[in-house]
Write a protein that binds this ligand. Structure first.
Ligand code: GEK
Length: 258
């Protein structure tokens, strides 16, 4: 029997030749190998998660809510949770994959138990894990909203309204962290950075077959945009201070402050 206390399984989902490569879905198979998959696939993932905690320490406000939109197994939520040391700051973690939220719930439970043992509990933010579409989430009295590698899965035509709602839900001085796979307007650069990303995956023991089948599965499911488009959308929503704080190849993280 597998439990969330066991080490994560190795991602071998695309290791054998598939007759029909269906569009990528965050199902039970993906949820099971997710930590291994994301660390071997996203350059800088661990730094971005760790910095999410550091930013939470700075920006988490008393009597506010922090949101993790597209939480998967709750890595960003846990980082925020341990960064925040103010009273009355809770966290809402949302994902529309039931397989992800079920596992996320048990991971959060283990985290709470560990904090309990260390008597860390008094200021440890409460976490509510919600299984649902982030597009339907009410976002209000937020001091921090995190979307680590999730906007890329939202239909491009719905992104502007979502970012506007995030801006409206943030308190003054609140922060939005947006991490994404990005595209480049210059075709040569775009191809080079995709190639460098594939080299990163090869270095992490993904085979050519795994790289190419995963790429096909993500086609039209993960839609990257340029940094310029992200910046313009954030500006249009009303954010005042916007910049990239991390980039490695075609993966970047922006922060935007209200
Ligand atoms: C991490 N942030 O570990 N509503 C809710 N969830 C959604 C939606 C939606 N409309 N669309 C996609 N998702 C995490 C990693 S993974 C990134 C985020 C990746 C969820 C989807 O189910 C998945 O769990 C997550 O967004 C994206 O820091 O796999 O590249």
């Amino acid at each position: 029997m597998s439990t969330d206390r066991e080490p994560t399984s190795r991602d071998k989902l695309f290791a054998t030749e598939l007759d029909d490569i269906a569009g990528f879905r965050f199902d039970a198979n993906v949820a099971k190998v997710f930590p291994d998959m994301i660390q071997r696939s996203v350059p800088g993932y661990q730094s971005i998660i760790a910095m999410t905690g550091t930013l939470a320490e700075r920006y988490g406000q008393a009597n506010s809510t922090c949101y993790d939109l597209g939480c998967s197994l709750g890595a960003s939520t846990i980082a925020m949770r341990h960064g925040i040391h103010v009273e009355g700051c809770d966290i809402i973690a949302v994902d529309n994959s039931a397989e992800m939220t079920q596992r996320c719930e048990s991971i959060i439970k283990v985290d709470t138990e560990a904090a309990n043992h260390k008597a860390d509990l008094p200021l440890l933010p409460a976490v509510q894990v919600v299984c649902g579409d982030l597009l339907d989430m009410d976002i209000s009295k937020a001091s921090m909203v995190v979307m680590n590698f999730t906007l890329q899965f939202i239909a491009p035509e719905l992104r502007e309204v979502l970012i506007q709602r995030i801006y409206q839900g943030l308190k003054p001085g609140g922060i939005f962290i947006l991490s994404e796979k990005i595209a480049f307007a210059d075709q040569h650069l775009n191809e080079l950075l995709i190639d460098l990303h594939h080299s990163f995956k090869r270095a992490n023991q993904y085979s050519e077959l795994e790289i190419s089948q995963k790429r096909s599965a993500l086609e039209n499911v993960l839609v990257p945009e340029t940094l310029e488009i992200h910046r313009q959308r954030l500006q249009k929503a009303g954010f005042s201070s916007i910049d990239v704080w991390f980039q490695c190849f075609n993966f970047a993280s922006l922060l935007a402050i209200k």
